[in-house]
Design a protein around this ligand. Structure first.
Ligand code: SF4
Length: 276
């Protein structure tokens, strides 16, 4: 199943410490909260790299391209767009704002909804040029500006929601303490019983950013997505058939997951949710 709105590749990506990312050490034995213990255990399983260092405008374009499609489809579109419009002596926002709309749509056709996406990309490029003069200046603002101001500014762009804003802060700004909540993160931490069963995305984000040390949030975000795809999937979490199959079994309340009957419901619809 395609993951419709994940703006990042399925493997962990990185600008490395040189790109503004932060190293983190994962030791489940010293975790202060259950949420941190989960991320530490994900670290033992998936840790590869640190975050930060991506160009902010490129990150936004990548996010737009990935909306309602899989990474497999959006990556070639992203690569084609960069090959055609980015260059050493050209500002990407200026090049995209000036691009022929049909040509741009054709370039990104593998991402689907290319007419709509080419329009949104051009409007975003025009917005960046108007407000910041260039993609480079916009990038500097995202990297150095006050995080709340940057977040509010990003949310002001048409088509940018909280998760996209947080991903740009994380992947471009290299900001620690940002734990974007996508559909996987939203599901997993409510199933675990770490966030309230009926929590919305913002509430789950607040819980995680409060309970997980800042330097582990970025990794926790991408690793949780990977974990949600491979293990704690929406319809068939690994524990459904084999209680031993999930590395989080001893940390998990299995809210809405019933191995006895094979049933799975959204945590908000689980009877025990009424008591949480
Ligand atoms: S025990 Fe089941 S519900 Fe809990 S995290 Fe693992 S797969 Fe998900």
């Amino acid at each position: 199943m395609a993951d419709s709105d994940d703006p990042e590749p399925s493997v962990n990506i990185s600008g490395g410490t040189s790109g503004g990312g932060v190293e983190a050490a994962f030791d489940p034995a010293t975790a202060d909260t259950r949420a941190e213990a989960v991320v530490d255990r994900l670290g033992e399983r998936y840790w590869q790299k640190t975050y930060g260092g991506q160009d902010a405008f490129t990150c936004l374009v990548r996010t737009i391209l990935s909306q309602n499609t899989s990474d497999v489809a959006s990556q070639p579109a992203h690569d084609a767009l960069i090959a055609k419009y980015d260059g050493d002596d050209v500002d990407l926002a200026a090049a995209l704002a000036a691009a022929d709309r049909d040509e741009l749509a054709e370039t990104i056709s593998s991402a689907g909804l290319y007419n709509q996406k080419s329009r949104v990309i051009q409007e975003t490029a025009e917005w960046v040029l108007e407000a910041y003069d260039s993609a480079t200046t916009f990038d500097a603002f995202v990297k150095a500006g006050d995080p709340e101001t940057v977040r509010e500014t990003l949310l002001g762009i048409t088509g940018v929601g909280p998760k996209t804003a947080d991903c740009v802060l994380l992947f471009a700004g290299g900001r620690s303490g940002v734990f974007p909540v996508d559909t996987h993160v939203h599901r997993i931490y409510r199933r675990l019983g770490i966030a309230p069963a009926d929590a919305d995305h913002e509430t789950v984000r607040e819980v995680l950013e409060r309970e997980i040390p800042a330097e582990k949030c970025g990794f926790g975000h991408t690793a949780s997505i990977q974990f949600g795809r491979e293990c704690c999937t929406a319809r068939k979490p690994a524990c459904l058939e084999d209680p031993e199959a999930c590395p989080m079994a001893d940390l998990c309340d299995q809210v809405g997951v019933y191995p006895e009957t094979g049933e799975v419901v959204d945590p908000a619809d689980a009877p025990e949710a009424e008591h949480s």
